[in-house]
Design a protein around this ligand. Structure first.
Ligand code: VGL
Ligand code: ZN
Length: 226
């Protein structure tokens, strides 16, 4: 993608959970997850405002099958609704494939902002805007929710990438639309846990007013540019 344009100041890049744990050899490996890393790096060259979410779980998190002594990918009833049980992943205490570290090839800048989610042991959080109870927002270290921080920063349009489209990327995009942000999900900067999940989530995003397109299409959207 060409590096000749700069995003307008109301347009930000939001990279959802591009972490080792969701890449091949990670605890919750997503097929081709590592292939999005160069796409995110080239996209970010266009943006002054870059936000990241980080799936960041305590040990014994409610979403871990190991916490319940059950098999991964079984479904349980949590107080806030259905909860898929996942293999250990995104653990704040680990640095192997079950850890929470971002992929090592990603380019970060000092002005980037990181919001951690899933930090509450009793509630999972797919979306970076609201935990799965759809009440509690994850918060930056400064106490702001993602929606608050984006509004303070003058952002009304989000270009969204990351892992996985059928869970955290998709739920973040849907909550962003509920919060009245304009949303464009960059499909080639995502990968999914299942093909069916991917198609269903894309349909939901489009139905809710979002755009799903390829990174090359961004070059042809003049309103996004400074
Ligand atoms: C995710 C399942 C559990 C994701 C995180 O980032 O898509 N999925 N935790
Ligand atoms: Zn998680």
């Amino acid at each position: 993608m060409s590096k000749t344009w700069k995003a307008a100041s109301n347009v930000a890049l939001l990279n959802v959970d591009p972490q080792d744990t969701f890449c091949p050899n990670g605890g919750l490996a997503v097929e081709g997850g590592d292939e999005i890393i160069p796409v995110i790096n080239s996209l970010r060259a266009h943006f002054e405002k870059v936000y990241w979410s980080q799936d960041y779980h305590p040990d014994n998190h409610i979403s871990f099958a190991s916490t319940h002594g059950k098999e991964p990918f079984t479904l349980i009833k949590a107080p806030y609704g259905d909860q898929v049980l996942w293999p250990d992943h995104g653990k704040a205490s680990a640095t192997d494939g079950t850890g929470a570290q971002f992929h090592k090839d990603l380019v970060f800048k000092p002005t980037d902002k990181i919001i951690q989610k899933g930090t509450n042991v009793n509630i999972d959080s797919y979306s970076a805007f609201l935990e799965n109870d759809k009440k509690t927002p994850p918060r930056f270290a400064n106490g702001n929710s993602l929606a608050e921080e984006l509004r303070i920063d003058g952002v009304d349009t989000l270009i969204i990438t990351g892992l996985a489209l059928d869970y955290c990327v998709g739920d973040t995009a849907l909550d962003a639309l509920t919060e009245k942000f304009n949303v464009i999900v960059i499909e080639d900067a995502t990968r999914s846990i299942t093909p069916e999940g991917r198609l269903n989530k894309i349909a939901s995003i489009i139905e809710a007013g979002g755009i799903v397109c390829n990174s090359t299409a961004l070059n042809n959207l003049p309103n996004l540019k400074a």
